[in-house]
Design a binder for this molecule. Structure first.
Ligand code: AMP
Length: 531
């Protein structure tokens, strides 16, 4: 495979802005350098810097590719870290194929001329959308994602990265979308981003062949296991046995992930290279985290209401524990005048897409979501994440708060917990190796004493019921870096109606447009407790 490598700087000369780009030294194709430059990426992130050269074969033996197992959080730039090297090779192969076809055609023309025959015609491009021209898609690369939202986000990123590459096609294959549209989209796809279930459906019905896949990427492998995709992964592993490279991205290297890796890596994982990225995102240095103890559910709701009127808030995600809680809370917030919509796994994919799009466009201010639906949400204007219902697993906390503080911005993660939740709070602190900073809102203090033994450290000034109730904001303690303007004199009541989402300007859509379906609980009764 080494013959397909494109030398750095080959092809079209780089523009001055591209030439100064920190990606140049990674040896990527000029078309991809142009794309990262167009996207405003001036230098690779830590994970990109480490993974791209390795994925492109740096230090590899004969066949040019090594299997990688990368520990990296969302928000660290991991998507481009696996897409860029894969697209680089696909692009080189595509160019090579075109050169071969061109050479064969020129040879045929020369032969015809030598025989005194008319020059052969170039083969006509067939419309792949016509049934009689149907051929199964044979992608060269496959990216597997645990959720539809993540798959669509990754496909979107891939389309951005091939914006200057002629002839490279990207397709996404996710459940809940009309089959016909997906099949049409799949035609001639070079890279397919998929959720496992729908991918196997299409493979079994002959719409897609996996026997030319050279690169398999498993994104968010930990979540794949949580969602029970282990058997599907084993099947896809078998169907793509000829591939050259497997890359697995996961937030953690827990033993169960290692077992999965052993199942899907070449030679049982013996040659796999591990990459551990200690990124600022992983430490969440740019995300302020704070915990509020509450007496009961109503108290939590009052605290949430207080926070949702924060004048510094642009957009927010409120996490709920269950689909039922998610629907109920979104409805409740709408009643209270907020621009809020629910997002969870029981909603139709079309509705999920529309709601996410409304969030991206700023037409909706608050997304109330469960863990499953929130994966892959990459909206830089999300300033606040609220944990209204605690996550089932401690590591989900890390994923949740990673929805804010994206693309180098500051974020705020607020967790509400009842005293009976203290074991789960402790688990989160153990997992993150970081004690929570606690705070109270004046007038909304818990009546019980907050549980003490689990606090490893009590930050100065926190949890004492003064200072405006918002650590780092009130009482003159402005938090460095989270730089929105705030009038410290205004309490939550003063902020009422001002800090709230105003349905004007770029947020012009009426909240009713995104109101959940009547009842809003389709599937909820059967999925009580499901995320
Ligand atoms: P990811 O971890 O892949 O979800 O990426 C998180 C965010 O970082 C996305 O909005 C990307 O567009 C952005 N991003 C990725 N790579 C870079 C880079 N090198 N420079 C700036 N932003 C980036």
């Amino acid at each position: 495979m080494t013959d397909t490598a494109i030398p750095a700087g080959a092809g079209a000369p780089a523009s001055p802005s591209v030439a100064a780009n920190g990606f140049v030294s990674l040896g990527l194709a000029p078309e991809l350098l142009q794309a990262v430059s167009s996207l405003g990426f001036t230098a690779p992130t830590a994970v990109q810097d480490r993974v791209i050269p390795l994925a492109m074969g740096q230090g590899a033996s004969q066949d040019g590719f090594i299997d990688l197992m990368v520990s990296s959080q969302t928000g660290s730039g991991k998507t481009a870290a696996f897409l860029l090297p894969v697209l680089h090779t696909l692009l080189a192969q595509h160019e090579q194929k075109k050169d071969q076809e061109r050479a064969a055609f020129e040879r045929a023309c020369a032969e015809a001329e030598a025989k005194g025959q008319p020059a052969p015609r170039r083969p006509k491009r067939k419309n792949p959308l016509m049934a009689r021209h149907f051929e199964p898609a044979v992608p060269g690369a496959l990216v597997l994602c645990p959720t539809r939202e993540l798959a669509q986000q990754v496909a979107h990123d891939a389309i951005d990265l091939v914006q200057h590459c002629k002839g490279l096609r990207i397709a996404s294959v996710v459940g809940g979308m009309p089959y016909q549209r997906q099949i049409a989209q799949l035609q001639n796809a070079n890279l397919v981003v998929a959720t496992p279930g729908r991918l196997l459906d299409l493979q079994r019905s002959g719409q897609l062949k996996l026997d030319e896949v050279q690169f398999l990427v498993v994104d968010e492998a930990d979540r794949m296991l949580d969602l029970g995709f282990s058997d599907d992964l084993a099947e896809i592993h078998r169907l793509t046995a000829q591939r050259h490279q497997t890359m697995m991205f996961s937030a953690t290297f827990a033993p169960r992930i290692q077992q999965l890796a052993m199942r899907v890596m070449h030679d049982g994982g013996s040659g796999v290279q591990r990459v551990q990225i200690d990124s600022p995102q992983e430490k969440h240095e740019n995300i302020k985290q704070v915990l509020y103890w509450a007496d009961n559910a109503q108290h939590k709701r009052a605290l949430l209401d207080h926070w949702l009127r924060d004048a510094q808030m642009d957009q927010a995600i409120v996490f709920a524990s269950t689909q039922i809680e998610c629907d109920a809370l979104a409805g409740d917030l709408q009643q209270a005048g907020f621009s809020a919509v629910a997002l969870h796994g029981a909603l139709s994919q079309g509705l999920r897409n529309r709601r996410l799009m409304a969030l991206r466009r700023g037409q909706v201010q608050i997304l109330v979501a469960t863990d499953v639906a929130a994966r892959g949400i990459d909206v830089p204007t999300i300033t606040h994440v609220f944990n209204f219902g605690l996550p089932m697993k401690a590591e989900d906390y890390t994923h949740r708060i990673g929805r804010t503080g994206r693309a180098g911005r500051q974020g705020l993660a607020v967790t509400f917990a009842e005293f009976r939740d203290r074991r789960r709070i402790f688990d989160i602190e153990t997992f993150t190796r970081q004690p929570f900073e606690t705070a109270v809102v004046p007038g909304l203090e818990p009546t019980q004493r907050p549980p003490q033994p689990m606090r490893a450290r009590r930050p100065e000034g926190a949890g004492r019921g003064h200072g405006g109730g918002r650590p780092g904001y009130g009482g003159g303690q402005r938090r460095e870096g989270f730089s929105h303007r705030r009038d410290d004199q205004r309490g939550p009541q003063a902020a009422f109606g001002e800090g709230r989402f105003a349905p004007a300007g770029r947020r012009g859509e009426s909240q009713n447009r995104e109101r959940p379906r009547a009842g809003g609980r389709a599937g909820a009764s059967r999925s009580r407790g499901m995320r």
